[in-house]
Design a protein around this ligand. Structure first.
Ligand SMILES: NC(=O)c1ccc[n+]([C@@H]2O[C@H](COP(=O)([O-])OP(=O)(O)OC[C@H]3O[C@@H](n4cnc5c(N)ncnc54)[C@H](O)[C@@H]3O)[C@@H](O)[C@H]2O)c1
Length: 373
């Protein structure tokens, strides 16, 4: 029996009577973050239903890896979150929902805003409706984005050779918390922000255990980054292929980056505490101790590969924040979560994985425990 059929078995017996254990549903489960969560859940012996339309280039490789590594735990439904029947069946069959499926690139959203809205806002509403109308109303975690806070042009910044830094040092020390004003920017910001608000409102209006994570930049293995999305992986790939890298803007823009294993740790905490985190929104990222500018990252990659990266510069992209760092205290105080993988180590681990994917012999990376800054 193929994995696809096994997933249909879960769906056809949606009372759970024949399913030994209802699987955890991951929409977008073949994607970067979905694959990392699916692998961790499967390695803990949990059943996982991966729901994905495989629209992201490269993710079929993730799916093959998942099914060969965890043949007993991974079940597959190849379908689109815009398909109400398919998503309703998958939700009915599941014990909990991690909703990651999305059109993920700001650039693509600017080119095709209608499709972006249908997938990100409409798809999320389909998932929420499937939960609301189900008998068992599984909890949901939704991955939103820091883009809901807009370009943050009001932030007073100083600029050095390599990075922007807030003039108010308390912002550098703690980052931005969830009280920051919402200011959706770009069709992607609007569609993700719309879904973010629907998820929170379904918790409020329908008493569903629904949680929103507003995530900064996540990076790690199984990330098929490209120029439009997944920039840490994209930068490393360009270095491995000895290509000149295009930087949009001056490269001094700063982000807090979070290694995907740490994000998966956060998901597991949420899975075990759905009542505690339900109805809440959290900012999640590497936080103030894991910040890096684009230029600093290219320096770090140059040191790893043993060759300075060649760069060219283009105009700023619309809505690009010059400085964004998450304040993760709300989630940390509630659950005890902390990021454990510092930037040097995480970038080294991603380099090793990408080198393996490109069949390039990786240098041995000396993981420095020191922070970037
Ligand atoms: N990676 C990050 O840094 C980051 C930051 C903030 C928010 N997010 C959010 O996290 C989620 C996961 O991101 P990711 O980095 O793993 O992206 P990804 O592109 O690797 O994964 C998304 C997956 O969703 C699937 N998908 C796309 N449209 C679909 C549809 N209509 N129906 C079913 N499946 C569909 C894709 O095939 C892909 O496998 C997304 O919602 C994204 O907006 C990611």
């Amino acid at each position: 029996m193929t994995n696809v059929n096994r997933s249909d078995m879960f769906i056809s017996h949606d009372t759970g009577a024949y399913a030994p254990q209802k699987p955890v549903l991951i929409t977008g489960g073949a994607g970067f973050i979905g694959t990392n969560l699916a692998a961790r859940l499967a390695s803990l012996g949990q059943q996982v239903l991966v729901f994905d339309n495989l629209s992201r280039a490269g993710v079929e490789k993730n799916l093959n890896w998942l099914t060969t590594t965890f043949p007993q735990q991974i079940h597959i439904k190849i379908a689109d979150v815009r398909n109400k029947v398919a998503i309703t069946g998958a939700v009915d069959a599941s014990s909990m929902v991690f909703h990651f499926a999305a059109q993920v690139a700001v650039t693509t959203s600017i080119d095709t805003p209608m499709r972006d809205f249908e997938v990100n806002a409409g798809g999320t509403l389909n998932v929420l409706e499937a939960i609301r109308t189900s008998r068992h109303r599984p909890a949901i975690v939704y991955t939103s984005t820091n883009k809901v806070y807009g370009q943050m042009e009001d932030l007073a910044l100083a600029v050095s050779d390599n990075r922007y830094e807030p003039i108010d040092s308390s912002i550098s020390a703690s980052g931005f918390d969830e009280s920051r004003t919402l200011d959706f920017y770009s069709p992607y910001g609007c569609s993700k922000g719309c879904a973010d608000q629907y998820v929170l409102d379904y918790a409020r209006t329908y008493d569903i255990r629904a949680t929103v994570l507003r995530m900064s930049c996540i990076y790690g293995p199984h990330q098929h980054g490209n120029e439009d999305q997944g920039w840490v992986a994209h930068f490393i790939k360009q270095a491995l292929e000895d290509n000149r890298l295009t930087i949009y803007g001056d490269g001094k823009q700063v982000r807090d980056i979070l290694f995907v294993d740490d994000l998966v740790n956060a998901f597991l905490l949420m899975q075990s505490q759905t009542e505690v985190v339900g109805g809440k929104v959290f900012n999640i990222g590497g936080g103030p101790s894991n910040t890096v500018s684009l230029l600093e990252l290219t320096d770090m990659i140059g040191q790893i590969v043993g060759k300075k990266m060649s760069l060219r510069f283009e105009d700023w992209r619309k809505g690009d924040q010059k400085y964004y760092v998450s304040n993760t205290s709300k989630f940390s105080n509630l659950t005890g979560w902390q990021p454990r993988t510092n930037t040097n180590k995480g970038v080294g681990l991603l380099y090793e994985w990408l080198a393996g994917e490109h069949k390039i012999k990786a240098h041995r990376v000396q993981f420095q425990e020191a922070q970037v800054r």
